[in-house]
Every structure is written in C-alpha cells, then in structure tokens.
Design a protein around this ligand. Structure first.
Ligand SMILES: O=C[C@H](O)COP(=O)(O)O
Length: 263
C-alpha cells in the first residue's frame, strides 16, 4: 500500500468572519504546537469562507504555520461576467492549497451537477489548486442499498477527461448526506465500503498504483470520539470535518487521532 499522508480538513462552511478566522487558526496552531503535532505525519487544513482567506494567508505566512488552507468552492471560469463567483486565479494568488468541489450543499442549494463539478475540478487544477471532490448519497439511496453505484457515478462524472497526472493528486471525500451535521455518523464499515469502492474505481479508470496513492477522506459528523475507528479502516485517509472544526481544541484532537484510539 502506498504511504498516504492522512489529511484532516476543516470545512467551516458559512461560519466565522475574518477576525474570528484569525483567532480560530491561531488557537488551532497553539493547540497543535502544545501537542507537538507532526504535520508531516498528519496534514491539517482549514477551508474558511472566501472573505477570510486573505486574513488566514497573512497569519499563516507571518507565523510560518504548517497549517494549509483552502476555499469551499471555485468558479469554472477564470474571469469575466460571472457575478458573485470567485476565480481560481484569485484563489491561487491567495496561496490556497485546496478547494472543495461538489460539496452536497453546493449540489443541493446551487444545483451543481456532474458537468459543473467536472469543470470546476479542471479549473482548480489549471491553477495549481488541489480539488477535494465531495461525493456521497442521500438517505433514500442509502435505504435502497445503492450507495456504491450512486457514489461511483458521481466519481465517474467528476473525473471525466481528467489526465492521470491530475487524478493522481486529487483528494476525494466520501460524505453520506444523511450523516452531515446530523450526529448520524456512518459506521467505520459503512465508510470503508464506499471509500474502498472509490479506490477500486480509480484503479479501473486509471491504474492500481495511481489509485493506491490517492487520498480518500470520510466526512459526516466526525468528532474526536469517533475519528480513530474511522481512520482504522484501510481505505480511509483522513476526514472532512464540518461542525467540529469550528472548535480549535476539538479539531486539534481529531488531527491527533492516533492518541485517542478507542476513546
Ligand atoms: O464538509 C463537511 C461535511 O459536510 C461534514 O459536516 P459535519 O462534520 O458538520 O457533519
């Protein structure tokens, strides 16, 4: 198995103004420093709202923090008459490493389909930003036992036409919609079933060594108390954390999941 560095990414969603963002990142950095966190062993990233990114960049640069940061969405276009959208060129200038693409809240409230997700992934890569592709099923699909084919269809659509050198860098987050913000965490076996299927599909679409190197995250009500069991699964390489990432100490504990296995 490839040596995949786990990634813990905090998706703040529409929370925290730019002053609060600075405090939250500072507190997270302190918590991780106190714990002597090894960022080469577990990577830590935050995805604040667009309006916070400049403040986070300034703090990370000034304090030389090892915390990475990213955006929650990106336009498929570089510039032009797209009111309200944010260009990948602008994000690259802000030093973002990652961008979430196709989050279920974007799919639901902004009607993003596979073609848009695919275009946004290509737009991010064209400017050196690594997409965190979000996929996952709703409750109806889960009840019908169709979670794997549903999620793989999303993966197929999102990756269409993506060259292997880009696919090799992508991060894919499996987030069952019924487990997001509900406290309903999927069992570790549920997470493994779909994360393993995603990796197998990458092997079919590209090749096994490429699939072996791609990080597949789980997201949905991840907390310090359940992260270790999820991370023990062979095809889960990290977590996309929503609510719990707004609490610096809790998110630091999630990043330090190896310390509280069995908690
Ligand atoms: O992007 C993060 C996911 O939507 C999970 O959110 P949550 O941890 O609040 O359930």
């Amino acid at each position: 198995m490839a040596d995949r560095t786990p990634l813990m990414a905090g998706n703040w969603k529409m929370n925290q103004d730019h002053h609060q963002a600075t405090h939250l990142v500072q507190k997270l950095a302190w918590s991780l420093k106190d714990a002597k966190h090894d960022f080469s062993a577990v990577e830590v990233a935050v995805l604040p709202p667009f309006t916070d990114l400049r403040s986070v960049q300034t703090l990370v640069d000034a304090d030389k923090l090892d915390i990475r940061y990213g955006a929650q969405d990106v336009s498929a276009h570089e510039s032009g008459a797209y009111t309200g959208e944010i260009s990948p060129v602008m994000l690259a200038k802000l030093g973002v490493t990652y961008v979430a693409v196709g989050h279920s809240e974007r799919r639901e409230y902004h009607h993003e389909d596979e073609a848009i997700v695919n275009a946004k992934i290509k737009s991010a890569f064209a400017h050196g930003i690594v997409p965190i592709l979000c996929v996952g099923e709703g409750l109806d699909v889960r009840k019908a036992g169709e979670q794997v084919p549903h999620t793989l269809a999303q993966v197929d659509g999102a990756l269409e036409g993506l060259p292997a050198e880009q696919a090799a860098q992508i991060v894919i987050a499996y987030e069952p919609v019924w487990a997001i913000g509900t406290g309903e965490v999927a069992t570790p076996e549920d997470a493994q079933e779909v994360c393993g299927a995603i990796r197998a599909r990458l092997g079919e679409l590209y090749d096994a060594p490429l699939a072996d190197g791609v990080r597949v995250l789980y997201g949905g009500s991840v907390k310090s108390g359940n992260v270790a069991a999820i991370m023990a699964q062979p095809d889960v390489d990290g977590a996309l954390v929503g609510g719990a990432s707004l609490d610096a100490e809790e998110f630091a504990k999630i990043a330090r999941f190896t310390e509280h296995a069995g908690a």
